[in-house]
Design a binder for this molecule. Structure first.
Ligand SMILES: [Zn+2]
Length: 350
């Protein structure tokens, strides 16, 4: 079912308004490994010893002006908030709520001695850029050229819904062409992996996008569970960290740095901006900002995101996506997120 409210047309000032509020000063002070272990008492509930790369949530958030809003609840939950931002954490969970959106960490939050603790890598690669983008201004790439990557094509049909005659390769191209029109009208230069139904090698896509300032790869989803629906947004998993779908404690040797890891901080910011815009404007189920090592994300060198813009395996969502009006809304929502990101990058520049 379509929501009554249409997505707002992208406006270049809105990203600045949203992010200007949180572009305060403040630098990250991380505990040393010895401090982070926080003494020798066993964690409440009798968990294992706290790993020494964990840092107390207060040490992360309070210097940035986010204070705990309550004591640790019996369920192991705690929220840190400023006037503008809000982050909720839960013991033993990799999922946090960041400004109302689901965001996935690589490692679980831990409760220990009445406090919550975070992996230092999650702070560095995710929370720091999301909360203080200004501190990554030097690595920022002002957005002029945008590379759109319509997923699949040619012999690679992608996922499909045969009763509704929907093929992922056709839908991704439809969205990419709509998005190109909107972004071109906004003054951006748009480049595409494909503008017709042709097969493009998976390895080629990321490499070709390196001439642009950001990459948006467009996909639709499918699941064995027909109830599954909603929007997922992926950015590249940082080196040494676990992807969201990886539940092994030892992921083995798949953890090295990829070309796409050059822009980890801005990947996170781009991913959040686009995910937030999609869920907000489309009113879809928020399945979260996630991390994966998809080839297109690994092989680019510019900030990049892969969007799963809805489930063709869900009757309701697939029926919506079959409507050109809805596909226009999806493209507009993506544009909204891209423009918010572009404005945020600009606002960090002197
Ligand atoms: Zn796909």
């Amino acid at each position: 079912m379509l929501r009554a409210s249409r997505p707002k047309p992208p406006g270049r000032l809105e990203g600045i308004a949203r992010w200007g509020r949180i572009l305060g000063l403040g630098s990250l002070v991380l505990l040393s490994g010895a401090e982070a272990t926080g003494g020798s008492s066993p964690p409440p509930g009798g968990g294992s010893v706290l790993p020494d790369h964990y840092v107390a949530a207060e040490q992360v958030f309070v210097p940035w002006g986010l204070r705990p809003t309550q004591r640790l609840t019996p369920e192991g939950e705690r929220t840190f908030a400023s006037a503008w931002e809000r982050v909720s954490l839960r013991h033993d969970s990799r999922e946090i709520q960041f400004a109302g959106r689901r965001v996935f960490l690589s490692e679980g939050v831990k409760a220990h001695q009445g406090r919550l603790w975070l992996s230092r890598a999650d702070v560095t690669s995710l929370l720091h850029p999301l909360l203080r983008p200004l501190e990554f201004a030097k690595e920022a790439r002002v957005v002029q050229r945008i590379w759109l990557d319509a997923g699949h094509g040619g012999k690679d049909r992608g996922t499909h819904n045969d009763p509704l005659a929907l093929s992922e390769k056709e839908l991704t191209l439809d969205i990419a062409l709509r998005l190109e029109q909107i972004l071109t009208a906004q003054g951006f230069e748009v480049m595409q992996t494909r503008r017709e139904d042709v097969y493009v090698d998976i390895g080629e896509r990321g490499e070709r996008s390196r001439v642009a300032d950001l990459l948006v790869s467009i996909h639709f989803n499918a699941a064995g569970n027909p109830e599954a629906r909603g929007t997922e947004t992926y950015v590249l998993t940082p080196a040494g960290q676990r992807s969201t779908g990886d539940h092994r404690t030892d992921p083995g040797d798949e953890l090295g740095a990829e070309p796409g890891n050059q822009t980890d901080a801005w990947n996170a910011i781009l991913g959040y901006q686009i995910h937030d815009a999609l869920v907000e404007n489309l009113g879809t189920v928020d399945r979260g900002l996630k991390r994966a090592r998809f080839a297109v994300l690994r092989l680019t060198t510019v900030p990049a995101v892969l969007i799963e813009a809805g489930f063709l395996s869900n009757e309701v969502e697939a029926t919506e996506i079959a409507s050109p009006t809805r596909r226009g809304e999806i493209a507009e929502s993506m544009a909204h997120g891209i423009v918010a990101y572009a404005n945020l990058v600009l606002s960090t520049q002197p």
